[in-house]
Structure formats: structure tokens, C-alpha cells
Design a protein around this ligand. Structure first.
Ligand code: NDP
Ligand SMILES: Nc1nc2c(ncn2[C@@H]2O[C@H](COP(=O)(O)O)[C@@H](O)[C@H]2O)c(=O)[nH]1
Length: 325
């Protein structure tokens, strides 16, 4: 098995067919809707809140609201639908979540997208939740995860998932790889490649994106969409605390399985870091779009499909995926 990660690979340019990078189309379709970028901010409490979700939806970006404000989900769906925006929420797999899904069906509050968000998605608990969602909310687009193997992708797809999310442990605030010895940290790009070869439905590559060029690499190896946490942390709009140190501003970014999220030190697989303040989210989104347009131009095409066909070379081997421990 050929194993590599983002920093080990470079894509090989093809002859340019556009006169300006602005001609390159970065839009993607997921669940029958078009979005401006093949990128979704991570469904984490220090990355997205209702204000950020509304901004993203209004401006034509895909978003997934986190699941950590359980009571807030129903009012959130109502608010988004009242404003004519997509409602995209997350659920877990505990018994109360089954009742929540039934309540949505009873009240005819149908989210457009539902993401099942747990650490070890290749499990009966996720398969059962996919079936429950398909029974009660058959028109919702179900994203299930997280997984790291082709077998898991097939099994979740066969259970009814409309897309799967790939990435166990490559995240910036993830310590799963250190605490358990398992995961796709250090070979996330290869895992995306293996999973996408087995997939019949879209794959969302989740975690380990450290530069905008990694988005193009994810697409080259089969991702339809890329979920990103750390590069979206630290913005003016990012939820969470800000601090000043030696005249510089920082914002917190913590893992969903960290003690900061859980409120206790039990089964902790995440940590907190401070990200240097980055300014406005729109500036980052615009720069991502420009960089991806440039990637498309180097691929010798006019849209994301062109990236999928380019050659690549392995330039080095690494296991730390940009993280310094
Ligand atoms: N993408 C990634 O690499 C990772 C992401 N996370 C994020 O952290 C958050 C919390 O995740 P999670 O703990 O799953 O959510 P929950 O705390 O909601 O746990 C979901 C259910 O799965 C069980 N569970 C969790 N981990 C395992 C495991 N390794 N084997 C068997 N059962 C398990 C839990 O039981 P019990 O707690 O009793 O075991 C619980 O019943 C999520 O947002 C998730 O996305 C966490 C780790 C890795
Ligand atoms: N192992 C853990 N993974 C986590 C945790 N919280 C979130 N995540 C995953 O990380 C990505 C974001 O990765 P990044 O490299 O872009 O920062 C996120 O989407 C989750 O899948 C956690 O506590 N532990």
C-alpha cells in the first residue's frame, strides 16, 4: 500500500486553458445544491455558531452546525427555514438523539442535511442512526462519520448514508493518534484515496488541512468536499474566547473530545490551542477561492473536475502531518 500525506505530495501542472484565474469555477454540488467552495468549516463549537452558519448559508457556502447546543437545534432549523436558508445540523447516537429525530419528523421540521458526528463511525450505533434518520426524515441528506477505511465507507453507504466523512485523528487539536495509537493521522491523504476508490457516493475529507493547497490535493484523491477546523479558527467571527499576549491577539480552538467541550476529563481525545487572530472570515474564504481557482488553472482545466485527473509525485515522507508535538 502506497502511503502518503498532504505534505508528501505535489500535483503536476498541465497546460493552462484560461486567460484569467477568475474564469475557473470552484463550485461543487452536494445533495442537489450548489455551493461556492468544496469546503465546509468543522462542526465544532469554536468554529461555528448560529451567526457564522447564517452568514455561510446566506453567502452560498455549505455549513454544518455542531451538535453541542442540543436545545438550540429546533429553533435553529425553524429560523434558517423562515429565512429561506438551508438547515444543516449534527446529531450523535445516544438514545435521546433517536427521540430528537422522531420529534423533528412529528413537527415536520426537516433539516436539509443531517451529519452523524461521532469519533468511531464504523459502528452499529451509526448504522442504526442512519436507518432511523432514513425512516423518519427520508428527504434529509445524511452525512455519516467519521471513518478511515473503505470497508466502513461501504457499510455506511449500504446502510443508507448519502455521504461519508473520512478522517480519524488527523485534526490539529486531535490527540487520538497519541492516546490510542489508531487513526489516519500522518496518512490522511492516502486514507481519503483508499476510501474514495471504494465509495459510490461523495466523500468528505475531514482533518489535517494545513494549507489551501491541501484542498486541491484532497480533491485530486477523491474528496467531493473538505472539512476544515484549524484554518477557520481564530477569526473575528469565530466563537470562543480571545486573549491578548505580548500585544498579540489569540482565539481559542479546542477539540470536540477535549475536556473543554466535555466539561470533564473522561475519554479525552482532544486538546486546546490558541490561534493567532486572523481577521475576517470573508477574507479567508475569498483567499481560499482565489487559491483554488489558481489550482484549477494549474490543472489545465476550468473546474474542479480537472484537478481529479492530474498527475502527482511523492516528494518526501512524513508522519506528523504538519504538527509539532
Ligand atoms: N474525527 C476524529 O478523529 C475524532 C473526532 N472526535 C469528535 O469528538 C466528539 C465526541 O465524539 P464521541 O466521543 O464519539 O461522541 P459521544 O461522546 O457522543 O459518543 C458517542 C457514542 O459512541 C461511544 N464511543 C465513542 N468513542 C468510541 C469508541 N472509540 N469505541 C466505541 N464507542 C465509542 C460513546 O460511548 P462512551 O463515551 O461511553 O465510550 C457514545 O455512546 C465528536 O464531535 C467527534 O467528531 C473525537 C475523536 C476523534
Ligand atoms: N481526535 C479528535 N479529532 C477531533 C476533535 N475535535 C474535532 N476533531 C476533528 O478534527 C477536525 C478538524 O481538523 P483540522 O485539522 O482541520 O483542525 C474536525 O472536523 C474533527 O473531525 C477531538 O477532540 N479529537
Amino acid at each position: 500500500m502506497k502511503i502518503f500525506d498532504y505534505e508528501d505530495v505535489q500535483l503536476v501542472p498541465n497546460k493552462c486553458v484560461v486567460e484569467s484565474r477568475s474564469e475557473c469555477d470552484t463550485t461543487v454540488t452536494l445533495g442537489g445544491r450548489n455551493f461556492k467552495l468544496p469546503v465546509v468549516p468543522a462542526n465544532m463549537q469554536t468554529i461555528i455558531d448560529e451567526t457564522v452558519a447564517e452568514k455561510l448559508a446566506t453567502e452560498g457556502y455549505f455549513y454544518i452546525m455542531h451538535r453541542f447546543d442540543e436545545e438550540g437545534r429546533i429553533p435553529f432549523i425553524k429560523k434558517m427555514h423562515d429565512k429561506g436558508l438551508i438547515a444543516s445540523i449534527s446529531v450523535g447516537v445516544k438514545p435521546a438523539e433517536y427521540d430528537f429525530v422522531k420529534q423533528l419528523a412529528t413537527e415536520e421540521l426537516v433539516p436539509d442535511y443531517v451529519t452523524i458526528d461521532i469519533a468511531h463511525g464504523h459502528s452499529d450505533s451509526v448504522i442504526n442512526m442512519i436507518k432511523h434518520l432514513k425512516e423518519y426524515l427520508p428527504t434529509s441528506f445524511v452525512i455519516a462519520g467519521n471513518v478511515g477505511t473503505p470497508e466502513a465507507v461501504r457499510e455506511l453507504e449500504n446502510a443508507g448514508a448519502d455521504a461519508t466523512k473520512v478522517g480519524i485523528g488527523p485534526g490539529k487539536v486531535c490527540i487520538t493518534k497519541l492516546k490510542t495509537g489508531f487513526g489516519t493521522g500522518g496518512w490522511q491523504l492516502s486514507a481519503v484515496r483508499r476510501c474514495s476508490k471504494a465509495a459510490r457516493k461523495p466523500i468528505i475529507a475531514d482533518g489535517g488541512i494545513r494549507t489551501h493547497g491541501d484542498i486541491a490535493k484532497s480533491i485530486r484523491f477523491g474528496a467531493t468536499m473538505v472539512m476544515i477546523g484549524s484554518l477557520f479558527a481564530g477569526h473575528e467571527e469565530s466563537p470562543g474566547q480571545m486573549k491578548e499576549e505580548n500585544g498579540e491577539l489569540f482565539k481559542e480552538y479546542f477539540g470536540s473530545a477535549s475536556e473543554y467541550q466535555k466539561g470533564e476529563h473522561k475519554n479525552v481525545e482532544g486538546k486546546k490551542i490558541w490561534i493567532k487572530y486572523r481577521g475576517k472570515l470573508s477574507d479567508t474564504l475569498n483567499e481560499m477561492q482565489q487559491d483554488l481557482q489558481s489550482s484549477i488553472s494549474y490543472s489545465g482545466g476550468k473546474d474542479l473536475e480537472a484537478i481529479r485527473k492530474v498527475d502527482y509525485v511523492i516528494v518526501k515522507n512524513s508522519i506528523f502531518n504538519g504538527d509539532i508535538f
